[in-house]
Design a protein around this ligand. Structure first.
Ligand SMILES: Cc1cc2nc3c(=O)[nH]c(=O)nc-3n(C[C@H](O)[C@H](O)[C@H](O)COP(=O)(O)OP(=O)(O)OC[C@H]3O[C@@H](n4cnc5c(N)ncnc54)[C@H](O)[C@@H]3O)c2cc1C
Length: 389
C-alpha cells in the first residue's frame, strides 16, 4: 500500500473513531449493542481494510492495518473486536484460501456491510484444543450437510457469513466451510451475560442439517485445521494491536486526570507514586508497540512469500508473542489507570474502568495466556519440547 493510501486510511479511521465515541459511550452505559458501528464503518470505508481494491476493499498491508486497529482499540475492545471478527478472522480466510469465485461472491458485499463476517471454530467442548470439536459434515450430492454447535463467536449473532469448521462424519480431517447464516437449520443465540464488551455481539450458534453448497468448501477438503491456525495469526495481531490502543488510551486518560486532580495541595501527577503508574503504562505502550509492529512486518513478509515456511513460522511466533504481551500489558495499564482515577476509576462511567472490564478477554480469546506461553516456550526449547501437538 502506498504511503498516501495508508495515510488516507488512517485519516478515515480517525474520523470514524471521533464519530463512534459518543455513540459507543452511550451504548456502553445503557448496556446495549452498538448498532451504529457497522453503518459508521461503512460510511468511512472501513469494512474491508485488508481486502484488495479489486474486491472493493482498501488493500491495506498488515502494518497499516495494525496501526488502524490500534487507533480503533482506543475506542474500546468491543469496537475493535467487531473488526477482528469481521475482517481479521472473517474476511481474511476467504481472502487467503478462497478461490476467485468465492472471493467475488463474498468480499465485495463484506466491504459494503451487505455481508457481515465471523469465524466459528470454538465449541462448548473444544476451546484451547479445537481438534476436540464435535461438529460434523457429510457430502450429499452437491451439498455438505453440517451439524454441530459453535460457542463464543464474535459477531455470531449479526453475521451473514461464517467461516466454520467440521470433521467428516465417519472420520478424517477437519474441513473449512463458508456458511450463509440464512441457510435453513442455522440458529444463533446472543450471549449477553458477559463481564465486558456489552456493545459488541458475541453468540453461539447451532447447525442442524445445514446444507452448504459444495462450492462453499474453503480450501481443500481436510485443510480446515491449517486454515484455522493460519487465520489465528491474523487474529492475534489484531488483538495485540487493539490492546496497544487500550494502553494508549489509558495513558492519555491517566495523564490528563492526574494533571487536573489535586490532593494534598498539588496535582496528583506531582506525587511520585502516581508517576510510577504513568511510567509503567508508558513502558507497556512502548514495548507493545514494538512487538505489534515486529509481528505485523513479519506477517507482511510472509504474505509476500506465502510458500516460505520460515517466514510463515516467524509470523506465527511473533504474532503469539505480541498478543500474549500486549494483552497482559493492557490489563495492567487499565488497572493502573483505574488506580490513578481513584474512586471514580471504579466505574463504567469513565474510560479506564470500561477498558479494565473489556480488555480482560484479550488474555483468553485467540489463544489463552497459557496456550501462548507453551507455544513461546516450545519455540525456544525446540519442537521436541512441544506440550501438545
Ligand atoms: C468474548 C469472546 C469472543 C470470542 N470470539 C471467538 C470467535 O470469534 N471465534 C471462535 O472460534 N472463538 C471465539 N472465542 C473463544 C475463545 O477463543 C476460547 O474461549 C479460548 O480459545 C479458550 O477456550 P475455552 O474457553 O474453551 O477454554 P479451555 O480451553 O477450556 O481452557 C480453560 C483453561 O485451561 C487452560 N488450558 C487448556 N488447555 C491447556 C493446556 N494444554 N495447558 C495449560 N493450560 C491449558 C486454558 O489456558 C484456560 O486457562 C471467544 C471467546 C470470548 C470469551
Amino acid at each position: 500500500m502506498s504511503g498516501a493510501n495508508a495515510q488516507r486510511l488512517l485519516d478515515d479511521v480517525e474520523a470514524f473513531c471521533q464519530e463512534i465515541r459518543p455513540v459507543e459511550e452511550l451504548c456502553y452505559v445503557e448496556h446495549r449493542y452498538n448498532d451504529q458501528l457497522i453503518p459508521l464503518a461503512k460510511k468511512h470505508g472501513l469494512l474491508g481494510m485488508i481486502v484488495p481494491t479489486e474486491y472493493g476493499g482498501r488493500g491495506s498491508d498488515t502494518v497499516t492495518y495494525a496501526r488502524a486497529l490500534a487507533r480503533i482499540g482506543r475506542e474500546g475492545t468491543g469496537v475493535r473486536t467487531f473488526f477482528s471478527g469481521h475482517t481479521s478472522i472473517g474476511e481474511y480466510p476467504i481472502l487467503t484460501w478462497g478461490n476467485d469465485e468465492q472471493k467475488r461472491r463474498y468480499l465485495p458485499g463484506a466491504c459494503t456491510g451487505e455481508k457481515v463476517c465471523a469465524f466459528g471454530l470454538t465449541e462448548p467442548e473444544a476451546g484451547s484444543n479445537p481438534l476436540e470439536m464435535q461438529s460434523t459434515y457429510e457430502r450429499r450430492g452437491d451439498r455438505f450437510i453440517l451439524n454441530g454447535v459453535k460457542y463464543l463467536i464474535s459477531n455470531g449473532g449479526i453475521a451473514t457469513t461464517i467461516v466454520t469448521f467440521a470433521y467428516p462424519k465417519g472420520g478424517g480431517r477437519v474441513s473449512a466451510f463458508i456458511l450463509d447464516t440464512a441457510t435453513p437449520g442455522f440458529a444463533a443465540e446472543d450471549l449477553t451475560a458477559k463481564m465486558g464488551m456489552p456493545t459488541a455481539n458475541t453468540a453461539m450458534f447451532e447447525m442442524t442439517d445445514c446444507a452448504v453448497p459444495a462450492a462453499n468448501l474453503l480450501g481443500e477438503e481436510g485443510a480446515g485445521f491449517r486454515i484455522a491456525m493460519g487465520t489465528l495469526v491474523s487474529g492475534r495481531i489484531s488483538v495485540a494491536s487493539g490492546c496497544l490502543g487500550v494502553i494508549e488510551d489509558c495513558l492519555l486518560e491517566a495523564c490528563n486526570y492526574a494533571k487536573e486532580r489535586h490532593q494534598h495541595g498539588k496535582a496528583i501527577a506531582r506525587h511520585q507514586l502516581v508517576q510510577e503508574h504513568i511510567a509503567a503504562i508508558e513502558m507497556h505502550r512502548i514495548a507493545s508497540e514494538s512487538l505489534v509492529l515486529r509481528a505485523a512486518e513479519a506477517k507482511d513478509a510472509s504474505t509476500r512469500e506465502p510458500k516460505n515456511p520460515e517466514l510463515t513460522a516467524r509470523a506465527d511466533i511473533l504474532a503469539a508473542q505480541a498478543k500474549m504481551f500486549a494483552a497482559n500489558a493492557s490489563w495492567d495499564a487499565a488497572d493502573r489507570a483505574v488506580q490513578v482515577y481513584g474512586g471514580r476509576g471504579w466505574s463504567t462511567l469513565y474510560r479506564p474502568g470500561r477498558h479494565l472490564q473489556d480488555t480482560r478477554v484479550c488474555r483468553i480469546y485467540e489463544g489463552t495466556d497459557e496456550i501462548l506461553k507453551l507455544k513461546i516456550a516450545a519455540s525456544v526449547l525446540g519442537k521436541e519440547y512441544e506440550a501438545f501437538k
